[in-house]
Ligand binder design. Structure first.
Ligand code: TRP
Length: 329
């Protein structure tokens, strides 16, 4: 069993793309590894949320991940801010992180461009905090998307640098977690590209039946095939990709045949697709709402998760302090 750490930024609701892209892999990953999943609520302070927004989005994301099946009996699920040892390791690692390398990070340069009015030191040292999150549990693997590869690379660098400075072989260099089979990409409803957060493009796990129907009915299509067995253009292909994950095979075959024979009515296909999406989403949506209404449960999950996470965090920080030379007289 390998130790895996995954940080979740509390931004926005999960959509079908997140579910079929990442979440399904997480469910398998937690069975096969010693997983630490945490809500990166310290990291989210770089954007200066109000206290109410911060609390609300942390609760929402925790409820959604639990509703999808992240299991606190199997994995360690916690809030980053419940593990103060992370901040101590962050401070210690900051001493060996150079301004120049932090300024050259792509995500930092992006932020400078996008929010020039709020280029705070937390943004600059974001990769250091992320490194602390990972190496505090001496993780072997971290599941990361393309946008986080550089941050993981920096975590390796900080781990290696610590070992070099203190001439120890203490921290492991965390590697990307590889999800065997190719990641499923769920397309958006706007014809091209993948599902994201933008209005109308995505279907969220919290969307109700009416919202789902409205979004699906508005999905981009074309004027229909004009010759038998025509190849499908991307927007139509996309609707079938969605059907592939939520509908019965017989339903998919039925509409494929209609398309091949130029008899397809997109309105019928969309109605069926909306129903099938709702069938899939409804139990998750209910679970999200149940969990959100159950503060006792959330409190218990967070408390037990923090206790488990702190066990390994306390051990790491104690050893790191000794390596550095903080010792009792
Ligand atoms: N930076 C990650 C993101 O934006 C979130 C994150 C914070 C993280 N700390 C982490 C991910 C540690 C993996 C491991 O998605």
């Amino acid at each position: 069993m390998e130790t895996v750490v995954s940080g979740i930024r509390p931004t926005g609701n999960l959509h079908l793309g997140n579910y079929f892209g990442a979440m399904k892999n997480f469910l398998k990953m937690q069975q096969e590894n010693n997983c630490y999943f945490f809500i990166a609520d310290y990291h989210s302070l770089t954007t200066h949320p109000t206290p109410a927004d911060l609390h609300g989005s942390v609760k929402q994301v925790l409820a959604e991940y639990l509703a999808c099946g992240l299991d606190p009996e199997i994995a360690t699920i916690y809030l980053q801010s419940d593990v103060p040892e992370v901040t101590e390791l962050y401070l210690l690692l900051n001493m060996n992180a150079y301004i120049g390398e932090l300024e050259r990070t792509t995500s930092f340069k992006d932020k400078v461009r996008k929010q020039p009015e709020n280029v705070n030191a937390g943004l600059l040292t974001y990769p250091v905090l992320m490194a602390a999150d990972i190496i505090i549990h001496n993780a072997a693997k971290v599941p990361v998307g393309k946008d986080q590869e550089q941050n993981l690379e920096m975590a390796r660098k900080f781990a290696r640098r610590f070992n070099n400075i203190y001439k120890v072989d203490y921290f492991r260099e965390p590697q990307p977690y590889n999800f065997g089979e190719a990641l499923i990409k769920i397309p958006g409803l706007d014809g091209t590209g993948k599902m994201g957060k933008s209005e109308g493009n995505g279907i969220f796990l919290v969307d109700n039946e009416k919202q789902i129907k409205k979004k699906v009915m508005r999905a981009v299509t074309d004027s229909g095939p004009t010759e038998m067995n025509a190849e499908m253009p991307e927007p139509i292909q996309n609707l079938f990709t969605l059907m592939n994950v939520v509908s019965e095979q017989s339903t998919i075959d039925f509409f494929k045949e209609k398309y091949a024979k130029c008899e397809i009515r997109y309105g019928d296909l969309k109605k069926q697709l909306a129903e099938d999406i709702n069938m899939f989403v409804a139990p998750i949506r209910e679970k999200i709402n149940d969990i959100k209404a159950n503060d006792d449960y959330l409190r218990k999950v967070a408390k037990e998760g923090a206790e488990k996470a702190r066990e390994s965090a306390i051990k790491t920080v104690k050893e790191v302090r000794e390596i550095i030379g903080f010792k009792p007289f």
